[in-house]
Design a protein around this ligand. Structure first.
Ligand code: TXA
Ligand code: MG
Length: 338
């Protein structure tokens, strides 16, 4: 199959909407990462997403809607869900709600809940509006690769597998949406994102965070979200994350770099000049800036052919939680506190 990559102008959005109506798979930008979409209510179309991604069938998809009214008939919208939508939609927040029979089991991997989100990217919104369908869309990477934050990343992973990629430039947020489970008595964050647990608690009154957000699953423990048990966001090289005060982190990164063969350093922008002639790449100067460039950097690191990535982390609180959740997984939880 020939994969077209088009700037996301009006004509391209119309073309993508038509492909959705025909049951095809199209990649499109959102404010978090690129999505690989198809009609969420069409079993065959949804199966084609799983095939293009090589995604395990037990990992459910997020259903994207143009506005909250489109949830009618798809899921049971609770009072807390209404409050959260009013505060954070359109935006990087996905809610788990009880599904109706209208949503096919393939979309939710047989689970009784469905994940729903209204993205805030103008291209995503225009596309959802133009097709008038709820669109199931996981991140547009091949399974096990970092989520794509540019159309080029999508092309690298999906070339020959899908008919069309809409290019809307680099994604602003850079890490996937917050997934919050609203099927229990208290909202629970299963995957942290740009909408923080504090943001959710401010609207819903309370919010917990699943323990597996910052540690590996224990043996025999069931994942609250199937996505957590699959290997994720893993660069080819071994990766270690170092967290602490700037001076201590710089010394530790240098010590490990000098002891290794073929290492690279990822450090906060303000510290780059402290590594001399060592190979070092910028990781932003705030947790949000790191989130924006992290997946891009991980893809670049694969291209360098390095065998060890030494990365400076953040404290895993507030906006730092989302970025540390991704860094921890990329590093197989090899996090060093200095
Ligand atoms: O920002 C995002 O959310 C992007 C863009 C494209 O919207 N999408 C995305 O989808 O990251 P995906 O499929 O890569 O991640 C969805 C996560 C997975 O970890 C999945 O297991 C979880 O949400 N999930 C989806 N439906 C679920 C359900 N019913 N119960 C529990 N977890 C669910
Ligand atoms: Mg994904």
């Amino acid at each position: 199959m020939n994969t077209l990559c088009l700037p996301a102008d009006e004509a391209a959005v119309r073309q993508a909407a038509e492909l959705f109506r025909q049951g095809q798979v199209v990649a499109f930008p959102t404010e978090t990462v690129y999505g690989l979409g198809a009609n969420a209510l069409d079993e065959q179309a949804v199966r084609a997403i799983f095939a293009a991604k090589e995604r395990p069938a037990d990992n459910p998809l997020i259903v994207h809607v143009a506005h909250s009214e489109q949830l009618e008939g798809l899921c049971e919208v609770t009072g807390t869900a209404r409050k959260l939508m009013a505060a954070y939609w359109p935006g990087p927040m996905t809610m788990l709600l009880r599904k109706t029979n209208a949503v096919p089991d393939v979309t939710t991997a047989g689970l009784p809940s469905v994940a729903v989100r209204c993205p805030r990217h103008p291209v995503a919104l225009a596309l959802l509006d133009a097709c008038g369908l709820p669109i199931a869309a996981p991140s547009a990477n091949r399974s096990g690769r970092p989520s794509p934050t540019t159309a080029r990343h999508v092309y690298e992973d999906m070339q020959g597998r899908i008919p069309l990629i809409l290019d809307g430039g680099a994604c602003q947020v850079g890490v996937e949406s917050t997934v919050v489970d609203l099927t229990g008595p208290i909202p629970c964050v299963l995957r942290p994102g740009a909408v923080t647990p504090e943001d959710i608690a401010a609207v819903a009154g309370q919010c917990t965070v699943a323990p597996s957000v910052m540690r590996p699953l224990k043996e025999g423990e069931t994942a609250p979200s199937p996505g957590m048990k699959h290997r994720h966001y893993a660069p080819k090289a071994k990766m270690t994350v170092v967290v602490g005060g700037d001076d201590a982190v710089v010394s530790e990164l240098i010590r490990r770099y000098d002891a290794a063969e073929n290492a690279v350093i990822l450090a906060h922008d303000s510290l780059l000049s402290r590594f001399g002639s060592r190979r070092v790449y910028p990781l932003g100067d705030t947790p949000l800036a790191t989130a924006h460039c992290l997946f891009q950097r991980l893809r670049e690191m694969d291209e360098t052919g390095c065998s060890l990535i030494l990365a400076q982390g953040w404290e895993a609180v507030g906006e730092g939680l989302a970025v540390m959740n991704r860094m921890a997984r990329a590093a197989a939880f090899d996090i060093v506190q200095v």
